[in-house]
Ligand binder design. Structure first.
Ligand code: NAD
Length: 274
């Protein structure tokens, strides 16, 4: 029997696998094979985006999957050059994926300089109403961006996908998500591999007889976060999914909590990007 990831409930009544595969930077011609390997390992969720230019490969793997479409969870995202034109951009994503629906459609970045994300959010709500995206959410939204779209529409995103790893734990934003029933999804959950060399992570891994990647992924799961680590290697895909038979203890959690850094962000800042 394949072990599957637990799921996290979404406030619209649906649920997302807690551990999925991220495919950013996977070249289009490799993506189908990587996703197929991941599905064999037991992954059921794939996170892509128009920006990644590999929706076609994801779609091919999903359409050929040995499990029914309903057992899979496909996320894609709207790039900010189409905030004015989100419904058409969404249709183009669906066409590239070759699917009738996606499970989750996200606004990739708020791009506050353009100031069009409220209109984009209204379009995503319509897309959800049409059934072509089962759930809709956002990515890289700070609290003020979230408050603005919720105030404007009354519609609360099910997910906010943000940079989150032991060096950048986003505690204030997570507390706000919890108040509003928004699930937190961690991008760059392994800190792009950097966090795996941290001495504390290495020590905790040694203590459990696990790898640093497994400890960091377990940390996300133990925090109730959704995580989408990326790898193209079959052995690492297996390693990163082999995390459902151990837990971190209170001492481990305290030590990892202390790794949070004010300047721990590795990616772009949503307040200023776009
Ligand atoms: P990540 O934290 O998942 O790190 C991936 C890197 O870690 C790999 O390239 C590899 O170098 C290393 N790695 C993976 N497994 C390993 C293992 N077992 N042992 C040793 N090294 C290992 O970084 P990421 O790719 O930036 O983020 C994951 C996913 O998050 C992306 O693929 C994408 O889907 C999503 N993402 C979203 C946004 C956004 O703006 N919404 C931004 C960045 C990433």
């Amino acid at each position: 029997m394949t072990t599957l990831s637990p799921t996290v409930p979404l406030h619209d009544g649906r649920a997302i696998p807690q551990l999925g595969l991220g495919v950013w930077q996977i070249p289009s011609d490799q993506t189908e094979a990587v996703v197929r390997t991941a599905l064999d390992v037991g992954y059921r969720a794939v996170d892509t985006a128009t920006l990644y230019r590999n929706e076609e490969g994801v779609g091919r793997a999903v359409r050929a999957a040995p499990v029914p479409r309903e057992a899979l969870f496909v996320t894609t995202k709207l790039w900010q050059d189409r905030h004015r034109d989100a419904e058409r951009a969404f249709d183009e994503s669906l066409r590239r994926l070759g699917l009738d629906y996606v499970d989750l459609y996200l606004i990739h970045w708020p791009a506050p300089g353009q100031n069009r994300y409220v209109d984009a959010w209204k379009a995503l709500v319509r897309i959800q109403e049409s059934g072509r995206a089962r759930s809709v959410g956002v990515s890289n939204f700070d609290r003020d961006h979230l408050e603005r779209i919720i105030d404007a529409t009354g519609a609360v995103p099910v997910v906010n996908q943000v940079e989150l790893h032991p060096r950048f734990q986003q505690r204030a934003l997570r507390a706000f998500h919890a108040e509003r029933g928004i699930a937190t999804e961690s991008w760059s959950p392994l800190g792009q591999g950097e966090v795996l060399r941290d001495a504390t992570i290495v020590e905790v891994a040694r203590k459990h007889g696990r790898t640093p990647a497994q400890v960091v992924i377990r940390w996300h799961l133990d925090q109730g976060l959704v995580a989408i680590p990326k790898s193209v290697h079959a052995a690492r895909l297996r390693e990163n999914f082999d995390v459902f038979d151990f837990r971190l203890d209170d001492d481990d959690l305290r030590r990892i909590e202390a790794l949070d850094r004010r300047d721990g962000r590795m990616g772009l800042n949503p307040a200023t990007f776009g």
